[in-house]
Unconditional design. Sequence first.
Length: 415
Amino acid sequence: MEIINARLRHSTEYHRLVIREGRFSRIEVQPGLLPVSDEQLDAGGNLLCAPFVEPHIHLDAALTAGEPDWNHSGTLFEGIERWGQRKPMLSETDIRQRVLKTLELLVGRGVQHVRTHVDTTDPSLLGLHTLCALRDELRDRIDIQVVAFPQEGIHSFPDGEKLLESAVEAGADVVGGIPHFEYTRELGEASVKTLVQLALKYDKLIDVHCDEIDDPASRFLEVLAAEALFNDIGDRVTASHTTAMHSYDNAYCSRLFRLLKRSNINFVSCPTESIHLQGRFDTYPKRRGVTRVKELNAAGMNVCFGEDSIFDPWYSLGNGSLLRTLDFGLHICQMMGYEDFRTALDFITDNSARTLNLGEDYGIAEGKPASFILLQGENDYAVLRQQSEVLLSVRQGKILLQRQPAQILTPPVFV
Ligand SMILES: O=c1cc[nH]c(=O)[nH]1
């Protein structure tokens, strides 16, 4: 395969990319826009970039909103209660069908790597077994990382710790937690220490739903970061949500940032979900309830955006588009400067790839696997502003998806 007239991120020039045996064998700058031959694929001056990475989603719960009842209050805790009512209705077929439909949405929007949290507070571990099987079956079409996620707690759910360990033994890639949902502060702290020990024992990554609440006294992030620092595993650890940080006192936050930087942990923010679930106990002014993305990023820490939910008990919208999440995230976090737009795609590509520990194979460079997407528009700014379509998605040299851009059939109204 040979692609010409492609724009690459952070460059205004046109590029020719040659793919042999699933890898980029040559990437070179062209003198200008070139005519296309029959064997070549014309990128048409559009942006060729590394695939989008979805770093935080709940595939086991996707497409279940309203079953058996809706989340009327819009709170996280009612979402967990509604999901608790849906869990007894799970079957392998039900999970498989919903997961495949959701993955179709994600792939259609340029995603090739997904980290999914899967609830382990279910004595059958059906979701976990099904997602691990799908991960293995779908390996040539999409990368899936499975997080063993104790939705109803490690120490507050009967046999929560045992179930979590069984999930890891069954093949989960990442160990999760939810300290703010444990009954007490002490149980929350203990849960963080338990999950870190489990990850060390089985050599797994860590991704914790951490302080997903508006309570400024919820301070499990410092416990997680200290554990990461002392065990020297920061790059393998992710703190998801950390919405309480929105409400922390600035003096505390300043002290906390010192530890966070030293710990080298990663952060995932899910801005659409958080602005919906948080601030629910406020009158006015109402907090946005989104973590301090702008400040974490400015301090040099690794932050990325995830969608979290697609039509589930916590969030009944969502369509698989990380560009939509990015658009909301930049608005909510007031990251609307020229520099923010110029590098916007970092939050759904390189930063998320680092969070998932995807390693050297991710990215556009000679010798790397030829996995990429082609987006309508010439750079990050244009793609973001136009909420561009994915024209092409290629994985290890094979076309996953090709799309004809939508066309208006009537003549222009004004020009
Ligand atoms: O945001 C979310 C979604 C599902 N479960 C959680 O605990 N949090």
